[in-house]
Write a protein that binds this ligand. Structure first.
Ligand SMILES: O=c1nc[nH]c2c1ncn2[C@H]1C[C@H](O)[C@@H](COP(=O)(O)OP(=O)(O)OP(=O)(O)O)O1
Ligand SMILES: [Mg+2]
Length: 198
């Protein structure tokens, strides 16, 4: 049987990102969409770390298993760090298209050199016999004036990665995982895993 990793998420786009990162490590990704779709975990924290811990601990306690959670979002310098922890709810409830349009509207007239932003990801790991730990990853980029690309999810079509000359939505899942906030946070977690699990 393939080893499984349980992720406390209901976001299909995130699940695909995790699959691109964990498949080469020979792990099958299982999410709340598969095993706990009725469970609602309120994200009441004020930081990505707090919300990641809330999600990891809630699902871990419900299942009695080791669980990883991801709380993430987009921080735009010209908007004082918005949408930040409110990224999923910026223009309402989990509507990627509406969220993108709200960002583009708020950034009308802001010149290219002031459109700097970063994706941030907090990964939390929690389990019956371990102390909960968090790992942060970030990815620097710029907000475009309109969408480019159809891969990925969320704000990917308006997030331009200067080093690659493409938006996140123009990358394959594997290319995204190699440079993304999520990939960077997971790499920190996997480096520390022997210490986390001891
Ligand atoms: O790689 C990414 N590419 C594009 N957009 C992204 C990314 N990573 C986070 N984001 C945006 C999408 C969502 O609007 C918010 C995450 O909110 P967040 O609460 O962590 O996730 P969620 O509610 O969609 O799923 P869940 O809480 O079940 O894991 O930031
Ligand atoms: Mg959420």
């Amino acid at each position: 049987m393939m080893k499984q990793v349980v992720i406390a998420t209901k976001n299909r786009g995130k699940a695909k990102d995790f699959e691109a990162i964990f498949k080469p490590l020979h792990y099958e990704v299982v999410t709340m969409l598969d095993i706990a779709s009725d469970m609602e975990i309120e994200e009441t924290g004020t930081t990505f770390e707090e919300n990641a811990i809330l999600k990891a601990e809630a699902l871990s306690q419900a299942l009695g298993k080791l669980v990883i959670a991801d709380d993430s979002g987009l921080a735009i310098d010209a908007l004082g760090g918005e949408p930040g922890v409110f990224s999923a709810r910026y223009a309402g409830d989990h509507d990627d298209e509406a969220n993108i349009q709200k960002v583009l509207e708020k950034m009308q007239g802001i010149p290219d050199e002031e459109r700097t932003a970063r994706f941030v990801c907090a990964i939390a790991i929690s389990g019956p016999n371990i102390e909960t730990r968090t790992f942060l990853g970030a990815c620097e980029g710029r907000i475009l004036h309109k969408k480019r690309g159809t891969n990925g999810f969320g704000y990917d079509p308006i997030f331009y990665v200067p080093e690659l000359g493409r938006t996140m939505a123009e990358l394959t899942p594997e290319e995204k995982g190699a440079i993304s906030h999520r990939g960077n946070a997971i790499r920190k977690l996997t480096e520390e895993l022997p210490n986390v699990l001891k």
